[in-house]
Design a protein around this ligand. Sequence first.
Ligand code: 5AD
Ligand code: SF4
Length: 480
Amino acid sequence: MYDVDLNRIDTSGEAPEFEPERQFYYMAKCRDILQERARRTGRAQTACVTTFGCQMNARDSEKLLGILKAIGYEETEEEEADFVLYNTCTVRENANLRVYGRLGHLNAIKKKRKDMIIALCGCMMQEPTVVEKLKRSFTFVDLIFGTHNIFRLAELLYRCFTGEDMVVELWKDTTQIVEELPVERKYPFKSGVNIMFGCNNFCTYCIVPYVRGRERSRKPEDIIAEIERLVADGVVEVMLLGQNVNSYGRGLEEEITFAELLRRIEKIEGLKRIRFMTSHPKDLSDDLIQVMKESKKICRHLHLPLQSGSTRLLKKMNRHYTKEQYLDLAMKLKREIPDLSLTTDIIVGFPGETEEDFEETMDVVRKVRYDSAFTFIYSRRTGTPAADWEQVPEEVIHPRFDRLLAEVQKIAGEVCCKDLGTVQEALVESMDDHDPSMVTGRLSNNIMVHFPGDASMIGQIFSVKLTEAHGFYYLGEKAG
Ligand code: 5AD
Ligand code: SF4
């Protein structure tokens, strides 16, 4: 992804003003310091990055790890590392609680390893109350930054190295998109690609627009160039990432829609599969359905968050669609693309949810028959409008949640068998966790299949006959 030789960077003068040159300068500076530390301690310096939350965060972590590796850190999964970074999520309260719990454990490790650097970044850091709490009660944390300035990791780390206590840098928002920094991909054969950042929708339960800032789309030529580089580097599948990919292009100089972007990406030679996440039902165009229908590369999977089946609640949620509009869209998608797998997100216990509202949600679940659904108990997020509304008591929410989950699982179990006996293409992602003579592949519709194979098959696409359905996965055998 980047081909700058840090050895050739002159670190004797002032830091360059412009990006990404400025960060390369600081990477070179940090690398000198790390080499010195390695000499002193007689071992390589290690870094552990832990990701909480969504695919957007997973992609950010690859960028963070790319910078850390360029500086000279060796990656480790052990938290007894020289540099430990949590890339946090704050979409629901329990994500925050997990971070605080694990920080206590890190503090115990740090007491034994004085040089250890503890860093926190990501969505949770964009909340002022969190940072106040950290400054007050978690003073052993060395570095805090947010979602808009991850590209500045090297510079911030340099400030830690040169003795600054608790470096905190948080930006409220940004219009800057810095390209061309190193990235360390988790998988050699597939990759996330950001096509846009932020969200402008302000669903009334959701904290994302406050912590990820306003929506900004990347230029199509930058996206295409990145994918071309990835393909040259062995990637066959990309996941286009954005909070609301269907509104891609707004605000760009060139007039372009998400459907048009997909048409251009489809033409990239060597690229075999295209996925994207997440679609907002209100912006899903007929043109997009047409592109999906015609495409040979776009996978047969669409994640279409419902959130609630009650038109009354959808209005309070600021979702801009009714139950009927959602159902019409889902049915149109199924009609136009019959092998499409539909998945969704649903929130139970949104403020004011009545038994009737909940039944409307169950009704949509029964009518759409999702391949799978992520079900969430509503979590009150300070600063969002819904946090101030009358909450549904826990003892009412839990039984509803259980009923929804049971229904979703029952239907998913039935729906996921539908391709039994057919031959489908699977991208082999790994060895099977349980059986060393088997590999695990992902079908176009996002369901996994386990079949006999070996490590040489990882990263390649095979035709697989689906011989047994096991609810959420298949067993199969190589066909042809
Ligand atoms: N409580 C529960 N679930 C939420 N989500 C977003 N905000 C909240 C919240 N406050 C869910 C939505 C979204 C998914 C990523 O997380 O269903 O689609
Ligand atoms: Fe949150 Fe709604 Fe934006 Fe999704 S579209 S990130 S649920 S505000």
